[in-house]
Design a protein around this ligand. Structure first.
Ligand code: F6P
Length: 538
């Protein structure tokens, strides 16, 4: 048996022990459990005490991290080694926000040069020295999808405040209803358009870029419209072919993965809309988390602990779903960003060597802001037959003056986690119904429906405030968690081959829809095509 195999076997043995999923006894046995199972770094507090991770399980998880080379993988990533082996690329997103050793040093210098250009451009736009046909830009429209949309769109939603320098809009879906919803709010003469695409070949983004350019050209003419476009991309030949002037192209390198790219030129919409200082603070927050991730011992390392908690849930207890509940409306798009970050990174079925994985990998991630989530899917989380681990994200201080509402919000967030942990036993439910005067037959009938099993795991992350710095640290926390999980599971978290097949198969289907004929397909696809073509002409 290899060392990692021994570590996995040890973990499996602990998970198979009677009562391994129980959490309440751990609290009962240890009054200092919170103190021993929470850590703070980069301004964030991570509490993993409301999980069934005992001291023995924690030690087994840390042994696994050592044996599986978690720290070695982290250090290789920081040195700029080719950790994305299938695409033969480094994963140097940390170089976008701070200096690194080895190949990372040159990458950082290069990233700083692009940041300097982004800053100069941002300041020129904000001063009104760069403007549109109608004068000073009032709006910035980012056209991109996946990593070229979700990160910036999520951050913009989280940090936008009244009076910000520009309003930011995000157009991702090729469904032109998305564009039709945005269009009425834009003046073509004062809108700056950023075409955000790492490859500059993504069909949805290029179709939307052409659509918006057509709209702007119709209003301003071709030359004036072209002057209001900029590109954020690695593909400089394609940006030139699209007609974007060289000084309006903000490049980045292939060592920035799409879902890790909001810190690169892809974040230009944030710099423009929030102002440079807040964009810089976002990067600083991420950099503080990077410094912690690179230096802290595994037992105190937030990203490593978060990754190990996921391993315990997914591989130890077989819980392959996870809910993310930010108790802050401004983080409404965080679950969507994490879905791409985690599921595109960790939804893999083969190891780095190309062999089938020996165990489960990335869980299904879903979420909604609290308290809204409480009134939708939390029923299943509380009483469904299989537990769903939850990430609760709480913000201590709001940016509004309605302290009463905020206290209600926080009380509900804490209550959900406590209810999942403690549950409600039959005796207590029975006593309550009896005290309310319910007849015995009614008590017997309702009892099974009103019992909460408890011992349902959650982690809680606290932010003092939702400002740029703490949001940067929070996003970087999840990025590094993903990298650690890739190492522990022996998979490549930096490629995404699984998105390719559907893109390829859309080609013939598009041609068939254009030509109005059904080609050779399975009978379901052919039948649906026929029905669509018929319905389009009816
Ligand atoms: O959906 C696949 C994907 O390649 C993502 O990884 C990426 O973020 C997105 O498409 C957009 O790609 P691009 O930035 O090249 O347009």
């Amino acid at each position: 048996m290899t060392e990692p195999e021994r570590a996995w076997a040890e973990l499996a043995a602990l998970a198979a022990a009677p009562g391994a999923a129980a959490i309440r006894p751990l609290f009962a046995a240890d009054p200092a459990r919170f103190a021993r199972f929470h850590r703070e770094a980069a301004g964030l507090l991570l509490d993993i005490s409301k999980t069934a991770i005992s001291e023995a399980v924690l030690q087994a998880l840390l042994a696994l991290a050592r044996a599986a080379g978690g720290e070695a993988a982290r250090d290789a990533m920081a040195r700029g080694e080719v950790v994305n082996v299938t695409e033969r690329r480094a994963a140097l997103h940390m170089a976008l926000r701070g200096p690194l050793p080895g190949a990372g040093a040159a990458a950082h210098d290069e990233a700083m040069a692009v940041l300097a250009r982004m800053r100069a451009f941002t300041e020129e736009v904000q001063a009104g020295r760069i403007g549109g046909a109608g004068g000073r830009f009032t709006d910035v429209l980012n056209i991109g999808i996946g990593g070229s949309d979700l990160g910036p769109a999520m951050v913009a939603r989280a940090l936008a405040r009244p009076g910000d320098p520009l309003r930011a809009h995000y157009l991702a879906n090729v469904d032109a209803h998305a564009w039709e919803a945005i269009r009425p709010g834009l003046n073509p003469a004062t809108t700056l358009v950023l075409v955000a695409s790492k490859t500059f070949t993504t069909q949805e983004t290029m179709a939307n870029a052409r659509l918006v350019r057509g709209w702007m050209e119709a209003a301003l003419g071709a030359e004036a419209a072209a002057a209001q476009f900029a590109a954020l991309s690695t593909n400089l030949a394609a940006t030139a072919a699209f007609g974007i002037a060289e000084d309006r192209v903000f490049p980045f390198r292939d060592w920035v993965g799409g879902r890790f790219s909001l810190w690169s030129a892809i974040g230009l919409s944030l710099a423009l809309s929030l102002g440079w200082d807040r964009f810089a603070a976002l990067l600083e927050g991420a950099r503080a988390m990077d410094a912690h991730f690179l230096a802290a011992p595994p037992a105190d390392n937030l990203p490593i602990l978060l990754a190990l908690t996921e391993v315990w849930h997914v591989n130890g207890l077989g819980l392959d779903r996870r809910a993310v509940l930010p108790y802050d409306e401004r983080l409404a798009r965080l679950p969507a960003h994490l879905q791409q970050l985690e599921m595109e990174s960790l939804g893999k079925g083969v190891t780095l060597a190309g062999a089938p994985v020996a165990r489960a990998t990335g869980p299904v991630v879903f979420g909604e802001p609290g308290t809204n989530a409480q009134h939708s899917f939390m029923q299943l989380v509380h009483q469904g037959p299989r537990p769903v681990p939850v990430d609760f994200i709480l913000v201590a201080r709001p940016d509004h003056g309605h302290a009463g509402n905020h206290r209600i919000l926080l009380a509900h967030g804490l209550a959900q986690a406590e209810a999942l942990l403690m549950g409600r036993e039959a005796a207590a439910v029975e006593a309550e119904m009896r005290a309310a005067g319910l007849p015995e037959a009614e008590i017997a009938r309702l009892l099974p429906h009103r019992v909460f099993p408890g011992d349902r795991p959650s982690v809680t992350i606290l932010l003092p405030r939702l400002d740029a710095r703490h949001l940067g640290a929070l996003i970087a926390l999840y990025e590094h968690k993903v990298a650690v999980l890739g190492a522990l599971w022996g998979i490549n978290p930096f490629d995404q081959w699984g998105v390719e097949l559907g893109k390829v198969m859309a080609g013939p289907l598009l041609r068939a829809l254009e030509g109005g004929h059904v080609g050779a397909h399975d009978s379901s696809t052919a039948g649906l095509m026929e029905a669509l073509l018929r319905l389009q002409t009816e």
